[in-house]
Design a protein around this ligand. Structure first.
Ligand code: APR
Length: 242
């Protein structure tokens, strides 16, 4: 049986589709995930590096980690999963709510992307309101703001709040969709992992695409145990046939 056979008949009624994505969707592009076997960098636990405490402890080290990740991201391409989501805009109203900071959805051509955890190409001051886009690497790290304080990556670390305007929009679109596809995320990080609940309250169909089980797998209407670069093109092909 084809992967999405169970929902094939419902496709024609689906108008608004929301994707919730995480590190797994970029795995087939060569971007490491956070948990599982990928969760180390130079023998540091990445869960501990992605914190404000780690940054204040050793800002140079955290900057080195982000510089390396940024260089990696610049060298990789969106995969068939990202591309399928972008292509789906031809057939439905599509919104992407991503925890990824790699920009690969936008590179693939998706036009409606909310970056819940910030972006690897953005920076902000750790004290004042200054925000900017990174155009070139800094000659010295940690770089300093005009105000004299340390600049940091404009990303969300453990224990920090999401950008409020982005999160507000994410909750609204999640609560209005007919179908939510959750791809490549372990759904262990809050509040992003509450988005399926908003969709469920709207009686949306929930589909998970992940080779592994997650804590929310049992809440899904359909679970596809496959990788996103394999499953998503097949999902989109159903819209082309209709
Ligand atoms: N296709 C689909 N899913 C995959 C693939 C793949 N090719 N490879 C791995 N996965 C799945 C894994 O099984 C796992 O469930 O992707 C998920 C990746 O989980 P995490 O590494 O926990 O990434 P994510 O859910 O994005 O983490 C959330 O945690 O560290 C923070 O801020 C960081 O945004 C990140 C957040």
């Amino acid at each position: 049986m084809k992967m999405f056979e169970l929902i094939k008949d419902q496709i024609k009624d689906i108008k608004k589709i929301v994707f919730v994505t995480g590190a797994g969707i970029s795995q087939e592009s060569g971007v490491p995930t956070f948990r599982g076997k990928d969760g180390l960098w130079r023998n540091y636990d990445v869960m501990k590096l992605a914190t404000i405490d780690a940054f204040y402890d050793n800002p140079k080290l955290v900057w080195e980690w982000y510089n390396e990740r940024r260089n990696n991201v610049f060298g990789v391409k969106p995969n068939l999963g990202h591309k399928a989501i972008a292509e789906l805009e031809k057939y439905a109203n599509v919104m992407v709510l991503t925890q990824n900071i790699d920009g690969l959805h936008q590179k693939a051509g998706s036009t409606e992307v909310l970056e819940l955890h910030g972006s690897i190409v953005k920076i902000k001051c750790s004290v004042c309101d200054f925000k900017d886009q990174m155009t070139a690497e800094f000659s010295e790290i940690p770089p300093l703001c005009k105000c004299g304080n340390i600049l940091r990556p404009d990303v969300v670390w453990f224990g920090e709040s999401l950008p409020q305007d982005v999160w507000q929009k994410a909750m609204i679109v999640a609560g209005q969709c007919d179908l939510m596809i959750i791809a490549g995320t372990s759904l262990v990080v809050s509040p992003a992992n509450t988005l399926p609940i908003y969709a469920k309250q709207n009686n949306a169909i929930l589909i998970e695409i992940n080779p592994e089980n997650t804590d929310m797998s049992s809440e899904m209407d359909l679970v596809i145990r496959n990788t996103s670069a394999i499953a998503l093109p097949e999902f989109v092909s159903m819209f082309k046939e209709n």
